[in-house]
Design a protein around this ligand. Structure first.
Ligand code: CTP
Length: 398
């Protein structure tokens, strides 16, 4: 799929730069031509020699290198590329991009590029969570940049949290999906998935049985069809879909914020089992069990209805908004009313009361309710449901 594709790979300076060597190897193995560019600080982490040996191309590092300019100027470098990939993308380089700064070869290429740009952020967790980075990320998304990762986990600096660069295999998958020729090519799809966790105190929370499998399968189908997929997920068991931009959240409020900052979409599928209520006042310390003390009482406030808010957007509403309805009685009547109440285009209703568990199980049986019809689909695997749904969506969008 990548044979003959020209990937301009910008490596900026972070400990994750060593992983970009593996990315170069994977891309070369697929037949892509990798044109590497390194920032000055990247050279502190990996040597240009090892990068150029793997890429089979000389590494560009200097904006004013006459030899390189004679060979190919920086404008031409970006024009010849089919895709620009920044891996790792440091907080500093992302800030330059967001602000339109060009003071070295990497940032100048990025500003001069008229191609799709993919970023694989990598930084310390505090940098990732810094309001400035959050702001920059939002701007970059609005500018149409594709964000892959970061992962959450133990970091090179010893801290734990989000900020670790996505694995090279995952970045490769995202690159592949950029070139995937499919009916959803050029379309942006938002998917919410999994449960939300609503905290009671630092050790306890309220959750539900959603495994996130149905949402994940839907994301996979849309990635396969060439769409750009943003996957906002609560703490779910299902493995994250490769090739999608994954945004991990915990609570309904975080899910709402992630959806609101993710930009505009052609299609939005709300597969998440969002908690309807959250605990009014979350205790900052663990609620203790003490003899003679009255049992704790929880009071709740309503969470925002994310599906309803997006369905009723005045500006930038997706062409197609799809919700789910988990019902235990009068499935079709309740889901039909729910579709109208929420203002979405389609609702996939399922009966979650039967003996065969839908939530947490591998299969699903849905009724697709639209303005004029209620189509009952047979029992299928969640992958088959996802496939049928994605096929129907792409038919409608044509
Ligand atoms: N949903 C949402 N935000 C919420 C609650 C639900 O986006 N705060 C979305 C779900 O992702 C799903 C749809 O709304 O697509 C319906 O969810 P469901 O739980 O069936 O409906 P509720 O509105 O919670 O109604 P009820 O629980 O009363 O049946």
């Amino acid at each position: 799929m990548l044979a003959g594709k020209n990937i301009l790979l910008i490596i900026s300076g972070g400990i994750a730069a060593y992983k970009s060597l593996q990315l170069v190897r994977l891309l070369s193995k697929e037949g892509a031509k990798v044109v590497p560019v390194m920032t000055k600080s990247a050279e502190q982490f990996v040597t240009p020699l090892s990068v150029s040996a793997l890429a089979g191309e000389s590494v560009r590092t200097n904006l004013f290198d006459l030899e390189d300019e004679a060979e190919m100027g920086h404008i031409e470098l970006t024009r010849a590329a089919d895709l620009v990939v920044v891996a790792p993308a440091t907080a500093g380089l992302m800030a330059k991009m967001a602000g339109g700064l060009a003071d070295d070869l990497a940032s100048t290429l990025l500003l001069a590029s008229n191609k799709r740009i993919m970023l694989a952020p990598a930084m310390n967790v505090a940098m990732w969570e810094n309001p400035a980075t959050v702001r920059n990320l939002k701007l970059l998304r609005e500018d149409g940049r594709i964000i892959v990762g970061p992962d959450e986990g133990e970091m090179a600096c010893g801290e734990y949290g989000p900020g670790r660069m996505a694995e090279p295999e995952v970045i490769l998958e995202a690159i592949r999906s950029e070139f995937a020729d499919g009916p959803m090519r050029g379309k942006r799809v938002l998917i919410t998935s999994g449960p939300t966790h609503e905290p009671i105190d630092p050790v306890r929370y309220i959750a539900n049985r959603s495994s996130g499998l149905q949402g994940t399968e839907i994301a996979r189908e849309f990635v396969k069809m060439g769409a750009e997929v943003v996957f906002v997920t609560g703490p779910a068991d299902a493995e994250r879909p490769k090739g999608a931009e994954v945004v991990e959240v915990e609570t309904a409020l975080e899910m709402e914020a992630a959806v609101n900052t993710a930009g505009e979409f052609d299609v939005a599928v709300f597969a998440a089992a969002v908690a309807d209520w959250r605990v009014d006042t979350v205790s900052s310390g663990k609620i203790k069990k003490e003899a003679g003390r009255p049992l704790p009482k929880l009071s709740f406030v309503e969470n925002p209805d994310i599906l309803k808010t997006v369905s009723r957007r005045q500006k930038g509403r997706p062409t197609l908004v799809i919700g789910f309805a988990a019902e235990t009685d009068d499935v079709i009547e309740n889901a039909t009313a729910k579709r109208i109440r929420k203002g979405c285009d389609w609702i996939l209703a399922n009966d979650v009361s039967g003996d065969r568990p839908v939530m947490g199980g591998p299969d699903n049986q849905v009724v697709l309710i639209s303005e004029n019809a209620a189509e009952t689909w047979p029992w299928m695997t969640k992958r088959q449901v996802a496939h049928a749904l994605a096929a129907k969506v792409s038919e409608v969008l044509e």
